[in-house]
Ligand binder design. Sequence first.
Ligand code: KDO
Length: 331
Amino acid sequence: MSISFSRRIMLSAIAATALAGTATTAFSQDKITLRMSTPATETDFRSQGLATVFADGVSEFATYEPHYNDTLFKQGTELVAIARGNLDMSITSAQELAKLIPEWSIFTAGYLMRDPEHQRMVFEGDIGQEMYQLVEEKLGVKLLSVMYFGTRQLNLRGDMTINTPEDLAGVNLRMPGTDAWQFLGKALGANPTPMAFTEVYTGLQTGAIDGQDNPMPTDKDKKFYEVTDQIVLTGHLVDMNFLAFSKSVWDDMSEDQQATVMQAAQDASAAITASIVDNEAQLVAFFEGEGLKVYTPDVASFRARAQKMYLESDFSKDWPDGLLERINAVK
Ligand code: KDO
């Protein structure tokens, strides 16, 4: 696919402005530069999938420029940066979206999604279209695709056994810093402590926190197993991320380019989901080999407490009418 002549002229004009320091999307040699910021590492499955499948898919007219480990924007500031025109892309979450659009907090609820397939069907159907539209209208950010990020489990220091939420009383559990994440920590029975993702390893190593929650592929990638003793398979959140894209960059692209970007995002997300599902299946054995205790608690007691707390919370007042039932009915 080649870029049209008139578009090339327009891009050169924008490039001149960018040099003057006022435009934030940089263009070089007729190619759009798509700057992506994430707290994730370069070896994370999402980072890898985007750097290969997405970058290759758009390479005729765009250069994908990822920034890892919070080096460009801090965790949680990416969506506002995109909305203000300072960033082109990020890997965002329902929790980040819920900070800006309260209706989205429904997707932050523990024990809502059943599995990656349920997640995919919800977001690739009517519900996804409606909720993506809300983000576009309210924020000027396009969500291109959903990807499975893994199922979140507890990962703790110490040799206590966690069977029910009561066993987590007083446990300082690091959760990411938004209200929705902190509430999830409380719903599990723990004492949630906010901390940036990039500081968690040191927090565990020094004992500043007693544990953290993440999907097992992330625990492996970040080497959290080196500084913890157990993984409790609560499966409290079938976690997902969305590829967030600047609507103004999108609107400046031709229809062909938009279709190519959309396809590349969906292909990359499908590849990421498949690799995470595959990796998760192997990780219990890996962590046991590293000397961690891995076990399943009384999941029903965690589910019952979390579901009750969410339904009684202020979050649920913002959930669109009937959406919970519609999500549950997707099969
Ligand atoms: C984390 O901070 O624990 C978290 O897993 C939260 C996710 O929503 C997401 O932001 C993720 O970090 C980052 O992408 C880094 O993996």
